[in-house]
Ligand binder design. Structure first.
Ligand SMILES: Nc1ncnc2c1ncn2[C@@H]1O[C@H](COP(=O)(O)OP(=O)(O)OP(=O)(O)O)[C@@H](O)[C@H]1O
Ligand SMILES: [Mg+2]
Length: 284
């Protein structure tokens, strides 16, 4: 049986200067090898939850916490951020927050975390090349990290996390600076890592992609957990949009076909079955 990778139990957090709680009574688990997508409108608490999963809450962001966040059974509040980050890699929403600002080249930036862990030089070089190849950074290794485009910095941020080979990868809207092709490339990499056994927690606004990737969807609204289930359970609930949660276009199309009596049936989440239903509606 798979081990529990993440266990969040009745977790609430209020930032020190804030009036209200940023997240309230969150409770869910992620099995090792699972793929959880966190969705919700702006300010719904997605980044706050990510900060809690990697221990930045309560160690970096001060405030009032309740309940618990555990990673492989260990409470993040009772361990240092360094200990938690040996198992949980985090790719920030703003990739510029992730740069060390102490290195002269992308290669050094990628190796930065390995240096801190005392990895031997030849292994470090091997891993830099391996990661650079995986996320198409080979041509940038000699460049200054501060002279890159936003999308390039986003790849470097992902690379500097992947190089540490975390058991859990938390991605907070990690492709906002990338063009559609660049984003898809990153998601293909993330999906491959997940197939190889890495546990993924991903915040994303692209619901078609969420429906394709996630085994579980957690929806937040103003800090509250409003849905938790498979993509079909969450997006198939016709009231989910009342909570500011968008749904894949395929859901809207197939629901409209069902309501109009043109192609009755359950909602679909992906392209192929939706095309079949449109064909059915057109009588071909
Ligand atoms: N450092 C902070 N100090 C005080 N309040 C904060 C801080 N960071 C976030 N908040 C507040 O907590 C709430 C949740 O914010 P959070 O950044 O977690 O939302 P989000 O779902 O990630 O939003 P977005 O989609 O815009 O990234 C918001 O009301 C926000 O103003
Ligand atoms: Mg955010």
């Amino acid at each position: 049986m798979a081990q529990t990778a993440i266990s969040v139990s009745d977790f609430s957090f209020r930032y020190r200067e804030a009036k209200g709680y940023a997240v309230r009574h969150l409770s869910f688990e992620v099995e090792e090898g699972g793929f959880l997508c966190v969705v919700g409108s702006n300010a719904s608490g997605k980044s706050t939850l990510c900060n809690a999963l990697v221990g930045l809450i309560p160690h970096h962001f001060r405030g009032k916490s309740r309940g618990s966040v555990r990673v492989f059974g260990e409470s993040v509040a009772e361990r240092s951020v360094a200990e938690t980050s040996s198992e949980v890699g985090f790719v920030f929403q703003n990739p510029f927050n992730q740069l060390s600002y102490t290195t002269d080249t992308v290669a050094e930036e990628l190796a930065y975390g390995l240096c801190n862990r005392g990895v031997p030089r030849d292994e470090m070089e091997r891993r830099v090349i391996e990661v650079a190849r995986a996320i198409h950074l080979e041509g940038l290794l000699d460049r200054n990290p501060l002279e890159l485009s936003g999308g390039q910095v986003q790849r470097v941020a992902l690379g500097s996390t992947l190089i540490l080979n975390p058991r859990i990868l938390v991605l907070d809207e990690c492709t906002t600076q990338l063009d559609p092709l660049g984003s898809e490339e990153i998601f293909d990499i993330v999906k491959r890592l997940n197939s190889d056994g890495m546990t993924i927690v991903m915040v994303d606004h692209d619901m078609e992609r969420v429906a394709r990737c996630a085994d579980t969807v957690l929806a937040l609204e103003r800090g509250n957990q409003v849905a938790l289930g498979t993509p079909r359970e969450v997006f198939g609930d016709e009231h989910i949009t009342d909570h500011g949660v968008d749904v894949p276009d395929y859901v809207r199309i197939t629901r409209a076909l069902d309501r109009a009596g043109l192609a009755p049936g359950e909602v679909e989440l992906t392209e192929e079955p939706t095309v079949d239903r449109v064909r059915e509606a057109l009588g071909r």
